[in-house]
Design a protein around this ligand. Structure first.
Ligand SMILES: Nc1ncnc2c1ncn2[C@@H]1O[C@H](COP(=O)(O)OP(=O)(O)O)[C@@H](O)[C@H]1O
Ligand SMILES: [Mg+2]
Length: 431
């Protein structure tokens, strides 16, 4: 029987749109002969919607969807609950939505509508083992014998679809930061990528700094600033200027895709940069500016498999730094795989990337980003536990250069997600 993969995309993050681009590319590479796909889009407001096709993701039409689909935390079910508002033909609507994912409702022939009583639970109901194992009318406001349920509580026609693996193609907050991973741990559903701890510490640049300091790997000198400190902007600037010379880089501790990142050359632009970063996070990081080339390395593995690093790739940003536009909209930004680097910088980057991945308790995948200065010195910048998978993204490109096609890479990630549970999740996560 085909397995079912739920792909999560979008999300309540400033990288929402990047996640949609990444997810479309991941979905293109998933073997449809082998897997049924449930495409679960999360809007910026946090609504979870079942999406019919990858085209809807590319066009953005998925945001107008009416069928909701949420991951249940119930580990005895390991399922996605799909629902439409109750009404005539609601079972048919559900069936149509699921058919788009290659799934059938066992009750599809039973054209019940919301005016009929909810079905008795079947004694032979193999909940959690068969796709579309249950269709039921849910009326949260009603109790047996209550003829008039609270009209504010809407009835829904819903069913539970067992899921074998989740691929959270989510970047940034509420997706790459351990939150969704926590839900998946509760549900005990295998999922691609890093667990709760690795996701959370890698998302938080200040915490990553502490771990990388401990490894003795060089990184930009930094000053942490809390949003509350900006109430006295002069005192905050004094604190920063006591440790760092201009220009400095100012960034939210938890963000990505260069959202909220800016370069400050003086006190006035420092205040503006701090204010902007504070819009994204309570914790702000101010760093010395590193003058150097931007080099990235892809990592795969962990758990029962050895950790492997790809070759390295260089970002040639068509802007003063690699800001959001330069990353996704400036076609003059380029990437070069296996660039010429001084001395043993490439090998040092590969080693550091694997060491950092292990130190954060990484599992599955990550892209680790560095600078290389004119003297060939390697300086760590950041780690991304759900790196971009867009058409121009470095993570898949670096593996392709090592002979791993995009489809093979996606299959390896899915297989690795399942391995995490094969020998007991605890053993892998804590052993
Ligand atoms: N300390 C620094 N020195 C020089 N450039 C930096 C520094 N920090 C960030 N940058 C520039 O800003 C970009 C985005 O910063 P980064 O720390 O990678 O955050 P994000 O998680 O948003 O990608 C980097 O790709 C780089 O171009
Ligand atoms: Mg970056």
């Amino acid at each position: 029987m085909k397995e079912t993969i739920a792909v999560l995309f979008g999300g309540q993050s400033s990288e929402h749109i990047v996640s949609c681009m990444s997810a479309a590319n991941v979905i293109d590479q998933i073997d449809k002969e082998k897997y049924n796909l449930l495409l679960l889009g999360i809007t910026e407001e946090g609504r979870w919607l079942l999406t019919k096709s990858v085209e809807e993701i590319r066009s953005g039409a998925w945001r107008d969807g009416k069928v909701t689909a949420v991951l249940s935390p119930d580990a005895s079910k390991k399922c996605v609950t799909v629902s439409v508002p109750a009404g005539k033909e609601c079972a048919a609507e559900l069936a149509a939505a699921l058919n788009a994912a290659g799934l059938d409702l066992p009750y599809a022939a039973d054209e019940r509508d919301a005016d009929e009583a909810a079905p008795e639970e079947q004694p032979d109901d193999k909940q959690g083992t068969q796709p579309g194992s249950r269709v039921e009318k849910e009326q949260p406001g009603s109790v047996p014998g209550d003829p008039q349920p609270d009209s504010a509580l809407r009835a829904a026609c819903c069913c539970e679809i067992p899921v074998d693996v989740v691929f959270p193609v989510l970047h940034g907050l509420y997706g790459e930061d351990g939150t969704v991973q926590g839900l998946l741990e509760l549900a005990r559903i295998p999922y691609v990528g890093c667990g709760v701890l690795a996701s959370a510490v890698s998302m938080d640049k200040l915490y990553t700094k502490t771990i990388v300091d401990d490894l003795g790997i060089r990184q930009a000198r930094y000053v942490p600033v809390m949003r509350e400190e900006l109430k006295d902007m002069d005192a905050a600037a004094d604190k920063i200027e006591a440790d760092l010379d201009y220009p400095v880089f100012v960034k939210p501790s938890n963000a990505g895709s260069s959202r909220g990142v800016s370069k400050a050359r003086d006190r006035a632009s420092l205040a503006a940069a701090l204010t902007e970063a504070a819009r994204h996070d309570r914790k702000i990081l101010v760093e010395e500016t590193i003058v150097g080339r931007e080099i990235e390395c892809a990592v795969f593995g962990g758990g029962l498999r050895p950790v492997e690093a790809s070759g390295v790739g260089e970002i040639l940003a068509a802007a003063e730094f690699y800001d959001f536009d330069a990353k996704y909209y400036n076609s003059e930004s380029r990437t070069v795989v296996d660039p010429d680097l001084p001395g043993d910088a490439a090998e040092k980057i590969r080693e550091d990337a694997m060491a950092i991945f292990k130190a954060v308790d990484g599992y599955g995948l990550a892209r680790v980003d560095f600078f290389v200065d004119a003297a060939g010195e390697v300086i760590f910048n950041e780690i991304n536990t759900m790196p971009g998978f867009t058409a121009i993204s470095m993570y898949p490109m670096l593996w392709e250069a090592r002979g791993v096609s995009k489809s093979r890479l996606v299959e390896k990630l899915i297989a690795h997600a399942k391995e995490r549970y094969a020998d007991g999740a605890e053993e892998v996560r804590h052993g």
